[in-house]
Design a protein around this ligand. Structure first.
Ligand code: KDO
Length: 330
């Protein structure tokens, strides 16, 4: 599992996205913090934010989470924050990359090694520029990194998958951004864009052959009920970030900011530990439910995915030396 990206990369021109920041945040007294996410309420990130983040900020803010994408559709949350219509979301590098191309480096498969590497990379000075661009261009402050888990290929078809060639023609649902779809292609599949909340029905009806998500998500959203196998490709150590309106942040006192930051870090840490434990436990759970769970030739997936990303148009937006810096974080 140690092969890493290693190649000279090119600095591309970061295309600036100008979004109107007509935010109308409440004053720091009685701040409303609405969060929108497609995550289910049983997702460990949702549980941690509800049980840890909300209570921790309650003296000066009212945390109002909306799960299952009931407030904003998946992928529209960042713009909602930028426009002042939403205060928080759990965003992803894939969503950020649609607005700030440099983020696409974190959409590459087989880059981050594990949850610990992911956490250390987020805290490393190498992230300073991307974080600053996100604040300046989108008005979004990224508070903490949340570990979603290692993404695995979860199929409703029986065919055994050993290498990317075995996924040829397989209709694999991916979230609807360019970077996600590229990952599906790099895995060897035929990617189809679909919102998270539509996956279950699409699997049930056969509109798609499969989807990819970490094991805890396959359990929380009950995809195991409508699929036959899980191929442990571990192609992406998936990360989400707790996104917070910069306008609202700037209106908080330094003490309140410290409370919000600690609340986010504590929630992320708690969810990370639980996701990691679930990833270990759940293999047995799915087998009991009658699914095949097996490891393919991961090296063949790693080789193809890394090569495809390095040759991709995305790589042109990665700052020179960034891959090496990420690899060097221990
Ligand atoms: C998904 O749509 O497959 C995905 O796992 C992508 C993640 O970045 C994240 O948006 C996640 O959905 C949602 O939080 C739901 O778990």
């Amino acid at each position: 599992m140690s092969t890493i990206f290693n190649r000279r990369i090119f600095l591309g021109a970061a295309s600036a996205v100008a979004l109107g920041l007509a935010a109308t945040a409440a004053s720091a007294q009685g701040v409303k913090l609405s969060l929108s996410s497609p995550a289910s309420p049983t997702d460990q990130r949702a549980i941690a934010l509800t049980e840890i983040f909300g209570p921790a900020v309650k003296d000066f803010a009212s945390f109002q989470p909306h799960w299952n994408a009931t407030l904003f559709k998946q992928g529209t949350e960042l713009e909602a924050i930028a426009r002042g219509n939403l205060e928080m979301s759990i965003t992803s590098p894939q969503e950020l990359a649609t607005l700030i191309p440099g983020w696409s480096i974190f959409t590459a498969g087989y880059l981050l090694r594990d949850a610990d590497h992911q956490k250390k990379v987020f805290a490393d000075p190498l992230m300073a520029d991307l974080k600053k661009q996100t604040e300046d261009k989108l008005g979004v402050k990224l508070l903490s990194v949340m570990y979603l888990g290692r993404r695995q290929v979860n199929l409703r078809i029986d065919k055994e998958i050993k290498t990317p060639a075995d996924l040829a023609g397989v209709k694999l649902r991916m979230p609807g951004t360019e970077a996600w779809l590229f990952l599906g292609t790099a895995l060897g599949a035929n990617p189809l864009p679909l919102a998270f909340t539509e996956i279950y029905t699409a699997l049930q009806t056969g509109a798609i052959d499969g989807q990819d998500n970490p094991l805890p998500t396959v359990r929380d959203s009950k995809f195991f009920e409508v699929t036959k196998q899980i191929v442990l490709t571990s192609h992406l150590v998936d990360q989400n970030y707790i996104a917070f309106s910069k306008k609202v942040w700037d209106r908080l006192t330094p003490q309140q900011q410290a409370v919000v930051q600690k609340a986010a870090d504590d929630a992320a840490e708690s969810a990370r530990k639980k996701q990691l434990a679930l990833e270990v436990e759940l293999e047995g759970f799915f087998k009991e439910k009658g699914l095949k769970v097996y490891t393919p030739d991961v090296e063949s997936f790693r080789k193809k995915v890394q090569a495809d990303y390095l040759a991709s148009k995305f790589a042109k937006d990665w700052p020179a030396g960034m891959i090496e810096k990420i690899n060097a974080v221990k």
